[in-house]
Design a binder for this molecule. Structure first.
Ligand code: ADP
Length: 431
């Protein structure tokens, strides 16, 4: 039965009993006594209810699942329901505490640092790796603003700007960290730190090795190639027997030389210390030269046009020349005889844009996203035939990255390809 119904019935029964008793007394011993007894009975009833209310209020002050006030009638039902609720609450809290303990233990096992902050960046919790990465001490620093604990200008700027979609690379206490901030419920934030010191060191060793190896190979190769070229030009009878072999050796030697040159260029571009130069680039002159070189490479087999109307830009002239030259050379190499190539340079709302369009063999879509990887070729034999090193587009990617430009490739097999480079407005020359 519902508690309020029990309550009503038991209250009515009591009132009726009191009134009936008082009525009987009034009937035998006079109306005055009857009224007095009725009033006393009602008063006793009110005092009893008040007593229950007081016990309930005491219990609510200090709820315990073991000790509950005694009740009668509807109060028994109310107290037993409260008891059940209290037991469930205690069970839920125990489960929550256990879950939280397990969650924190899992967080301590993570290889990355995790910091939980409130909406105003006050430290709520962090795991031991975060303590190690950021020099925090949870017991000491809890409740303090994280920007007061990690006091580096890059970190503070990153927090102030609040552009958390790109991670921050932070050099802190001789470690290189990648820092992500992820907002979550109640405007709290999770900060994740990933230590890349070791992988950067290995990467640096790899880069140094390639740069050194290429450098060491360059001089002996130049000497060998020089002698081979001279020998292959001899008209002497003995030498001419070997001339076909020598020609092959010259070709392979030159290929190795191109490879070494491209490897050196790439390692120079990758080097963090090597900052991009900012000089004014005369785009018209540069593109004219590149188109002339392409015409020499094509030897009249293609129609090569320049469509020029854009502005000059700032950047490294050598790097931009090598990137554009790679794109135009590729267009010549991957376009069969009779095809056409257009190099266009125009101003645009998003900044100046270069495009190199050909009517060549094209590339199927599954290869496009991988073309800028080192040594990735759609067709290995064709790339070698056309004297490719497999590093051209990797060089293009690095140069563009250093100039904050973007490469977009559109291509249809059998129809042709279009390589577009979007430069940012910041590359324009300020007038
Ligand atoms: P490679 O020296 O082999 O040309 P790149 O890095 O310059 O190396 O290019 C990578 C691959 O992309 C090439 O092997 C080729 O398959 C493809 N490619 C590049 N440019 C073009 C183009 N204009 N048309 C068709 N395929 C192209």
């Amino acid at each position: 039965m519902r508690p309020h119904l029990i309550f009503w019935i038991s209250a009515l029964v009591r009132i009726v009993l009191i009134l009936a008793g008082a009525g009987l007394c009034g009937h035998f011993w006079g109306a005055k006594l009857g009224f007095a007894l009725a009033a006393l009975g009602m008063l006793a009833l009110v005092i009893m209810q008040l007593q229950y209310l007081l016990s309930l209020s005491d219990w609510l002050e200090n709820p315990s699942s073991t000790r509950l006030p005694d009740g009668w009638g509807a109060w028994t039902e109310i107290f037993s329901r409260l008891y059940k609720l209290r037991r469930e609450d205690e069970k839920n809290q125990a489960e929550l505490a256990e879950w939280l303990a397990r969650f924190r233990q899992a967080m301590t096992l993570l290889p990355d640092g995790v910091v939980i902050m409130d909406d105003v960046m006050f430290l709520e919790w962090c795991n031991p790796i975060a303590e190690h990465h950021l020099g925090l001490d949870l017991k000491r620093d809890k409740g303090m603003r994280v920007t007061n604990l990690v006091r580096t200008p890059e970190f503070i700027d990153y927090i102030i700007l609040g552009r958390y979609d790109t991670p921050l690379t932070l050099t802190f206490r001789e470690r290189k960290l990648i820092v992500h901030i992820i907002p979550f419920e109640n405007r709290r934030q999770i900060l994740v730190t990933h230590d890349v010191t070791e992988s950067e060191r290995i990467d640096m060793m790899r880069r140094d090795f390639i740069a050194n190896a290429s450098h060491e190979l360059r001089t002996p190769l130049t000497v060998i190639n020089g002698f081979l070229e001279i020998a292959s030009m001899q008209t002497d009878e003995n030498v001419s027997i070997m001339s076909s072999h020598l020609k092959l050796m010259v070709e392979q030697g030159q290929r190795m030389q191109r490879l070494v040159e491209d490897m050196l260029t790439l390692s120079r571009l990758e080097s963090a210390e090597f900052q991009v130069r900012s000089e004014t680039i005369d785009m018209q002159m540069m593109l004219k030269h590149i188109v002339q070189e392409a015409q020499a490479l094509s030897a009249g087999k293609h129609q090569i046009a320049l469509d020029f109307s854009g502005p000059n830009i700032q950047g490294s002239s050598d790097e931009i020349r090598s990137a554009i030259s790679n794109l135009v050379t590729n267009a010549v190499r991957y376009t069969p005889e009779g095809g056409s190539i257009t190099v266009a340079w125009h101003a645009g709302e998003k900044g100046p844009k270069l495009s190199v369009q050909d009517t060549g063999i094209g590339i199927s879509s599954e290869h496009i996203s991988r073309l800028t990887e080192r040594f990735y070729r759609v067709d290995k034999s064709r790339s070698r035939e056309t004297q490719g090193t497999g590093l051209g587009l990797a060089i293009v990617k690095h140069v563009l990255l250093r100039h904050n430009a973007q490469l977009v490739i559109e291509s249809t097999p059998g129809v042709g390809s279009k390589f577009c480079v979007q430069f940012p407005v910041s590359r324009l020359i300020e007038s």
